[in-house]
Write a new protein. Structure first.
Length: 291
């Protein structure tokens, strides 16, 4: 694990090259926490994407954190829990390289929505048939496969909101914007232990309890907390993305064209000009980019 950690970190450090452009020349190099939160609330698309992803992240950790309880206390087959890790691993290995291929033919907006629908079906199956191990595994496939579609779409949408905010507010906040998704994942991870503990206590799945000790009320409480409540969060996440997130590939391309046109025309405010040497330098970069 240590060697893999070092190799993968060095692969990123030495194997990637930061791209430069006239647009990126205006990125703010420093700031403070107040400016960071200000930038967030000034970018409505960034906020809506972040809210949709946060709802997904909380629902995801609420369920994955208690799947062991499902196999141990409901299905009475804790040994079968190991298959959950296999499903998640295989789904990730297949869907990660497949995403760009799918995105060439399918707009990422529909990839996100289809992923959410798959998770909704998974939650319904888990909530209705939690005692049927065959249906549970089918549901887990539907639950894990769209994870990459949702996460990659959220990353790309958050990244595209950089130019959206630059056009809207005249400021390019790359560092703030790109730190949003890791922050949301950290929030979800921080909530995971608390949610898991709450569900364990509420459903009576603590201490020396076994599957034989579970009453219909215990199982119902578990299903409500582990499946039906997260389902509500997923539906809300889908609704937020479907009705509030407007930025897509076409819109982003149009925004970039407008920004490049503004730069080429020398429409740079005094505040923006502070981040580059001169307006002429920005224009020169824009001409080079155009060529």
């Amino acid at each position: 694990v240590m060697l893999l950690g070092i190799i993968t970190a060095w692969t990123v450090a030495f194997g990637t090259k930061e791209s430069t452009s006239a647009l990126r020349a205006k990125a703010q190099k420093n700031g403070n926490p107040l400016e960071a939160f200000k930038a967030l609330f000034q970018n409505d698309q960034l906020l809506w994407v972040a809210l949709s992803y946060l709802l997904y992240a909380i629902a995801n950790v609420a369920t994955t954190g208690v799947l062991l309880f499902l196999f141990k206390f409901v299905l009475d087959n804790p040994a079968a829990y190991s298959a959950t890790g296999v499903i998640a691993l295989v789904a990730g290995l297949i869907m990660a390289p497949l995403y760009p291929i799918l995105n060439k033919r399918i707009p990422r907006r529909y990839l996100y929505i289809s992923g959410m629908i798959s998770m909704i079906v998974a939650y319904v199956l888990l909530g209705l048939f939690s005692t049927n191990i065959v249906v549970v595994f089918i549901a887990l496939v539907l639950f894990y496969v769209p994870g990459t579609l949702i996460q990659m779409t959220a990353i790309l949408s958050l990244t595209d909101s950089i130019e959206y905010g630059q056009l809207k507010n005249g400021k390019r906040n790359e560092a703030v914007t790109l730190s949003v998704r890791p922050m949301l994942d950290k929030i979800g991870g921080a909530l995971s232990n608390g949610i898991t503990g709450f569900i364990a206590v509420a459903a009576g799945m603590t201490g020396s309890a076994t599957a034989a000790d579970m009453t219909p009320a215990n199982i119902h409480t578990f299903e409500v907390c582990a499946f039906w409540t997260p389902l509500v969060l997923i539906v809300l996440s889908l609704l937020v993305f479907a009705f509030k997130v407007k930025i897509n590939e076409k819109m982003h391309a149009e925004i970039v064209e407008q920004l490049e046109a503004k730069l080429a025309a020398g429409e740079v405010s005094d505040e923006e000009a502070k981040t580059v040497e001169t307006v002429e330098a920005v224009n020169e970069k824009a001409k080079t980019l155009t060529e």
